[in-house]
Design a protein around this ligand. Structure first.
Ligand code: TXA
Ligand code: MG
Length: 331
């Protein structure tokens, strides 16, 4: 495995590595992706192998712009409006796949639709342009584990299973992209992210609905990524905590002033410093989203019995944060 700082030369080398059928991890504005040439089935198969991911779970295909997406996916007026407003950026659209698209079936897991995203991160953009092929890329972590927002997380989780890592600093948004299915009659959010329902509705002149989770209706659209146990740290999470139990770490939001250790009577400041992470002291939900996975990674690696998580307001981007926390807590 080779770890490189992004420069024009290293991006060129990463592009050649991709075109040669190998795996390249690269930064995006959401999380690090584990990329393979989406038109090369053998290369895409290596993603599933490296992640240990169940092969029914389809992948997001990354392209450099709308016109590249159009070469293999149908873009309706509604999809176009969203793409125009949010690409490049943290929005994935589920679109009907064109016939003879050239995209490997492994990306779509045989579905008639495809997940497409144009990332905004400069390194991702340069890599896409240099490679000249669409890049299939799930988050660069072992299946079911926390998503990586730093190159170090990728090394920790995948190590030698990835051929080359472009280390481009911290992923700024910190949460995987919002997934909106625009392949059917209604626009349906399959995964929450920093682009919210209100953001989508402000562009579309229609109500956007949420996909039913673990739905009673088997026809309801679902992203396999909605599987409840998905973003699991190894330590148990206790949500909406109003205090900290002896031996627990604290994942805070806003002021920690009143977060004492239960029955010990001690204040939060007596919890070892390395056992505390605050997602956002000022209570900013975007800042909290951006810090979430790195904070979970950090606390999960401490010698603690569990992680107490303070309440996060369930509105705007808070919905996506709580969605990830609920999944992380479900074991
Ligand atoms: O922010 C992101 O989206 C990151 C970065 C690397 O771009 N990628 C990412 O990919 O989170 P991944 O593979 O971890 O998540 C892909 C999600 C899964 O939940 C999958 O079920 C869903 O997209 N998906 C892919 N194709 C689909 C399709 N045709 N229909 C419904 N859901 C689909
Ligand atoms: Mg993932």
């Amino acid at each position: 495995m080779t770890l490189l700082t992004p420069t024009p030369e290293s991006i060129q080398r990463a592009a050649e590595t991709l075109r040669g059928g190998a795996l390249v991890a690269f930064p995006t504005e959401t999380v690090y992706g584990l990329g393979a040439d989406a038109t090369n089935g053998r290369a895409v198969a290596r993603i599933y192998e490296a992640k240990g991911r169940p092969s029914f779970n389809p992948l997001i295909v990354h392209v450099s712009d709308i016109s590249e997406a159009e070469s293999f996916a149908e873009i309706s007026d509604r999809a176009y409006a969203l793409a125009q407003s949010f690409w490049p950026g943290p929005l994935t659209l589920i679109l009907p796949l064109k016939k003879d698209s050239g995209i490997s079936d492994l990306c779509t897991a045989g579905l008639p639709t495809i997940a497409v995203r144009v990332p905004a991160h400069k390194v991702a953009q340069d890599l896409l342009k240099s490679a000249g092929v669409p890049i299939a890329a799930p988050s660069a972590n072992a299946s079911g584990r926390l998503s990586p927002t730093e190159a170090a997380h990728v090394l920790e989780s995948l190590g030698e299973k990835v051929d080359l890592v472009l280390a481009g600093g911290r992923a700024e948004k910190g949460l995987e992209s919002t997934i909106c299915d625009v392949s059917g009659e209604r626009a349906v959010i399959l995964r929450h992210g920093v682009i919210t329902k209100d953001d989508l509705e402000a562009v579309l002149d229609e109500e956007v609905i949420f996909a039913a989770e673990e739905s009673a209706d088997p026809q309801a659209p679902k992203a396999p990524g909605m599987l409840l146990k998905h973003y699991a740290p190894t330590k148990p999470l206790r949500l909406n905590a109003v205090d900290v139990e002896e031996g627990e770490a604290l994942l805070g939001f806003g002021s920690l002033k009143f977060m004492g250790v239960k029955s010990g009577g001690a204040a939060a400041t007596t919890i070892p410093r390395e056992h505390i992470r605050n997602l956002s002291e000022s209570g900013d939900l975007y800042e909290a989203a951006s810090n979430l996975f790195a904070a979970l990674h950090a606390l999960d690696s401490q010698d603690v019995k569990g992680i107490a998580v303070m309440n996060i307001p369930d509105q705007g981007v808070g919905i996506a944060i709580n969605d990830r926390l609920k999944r992380a807590a479900h074991s």
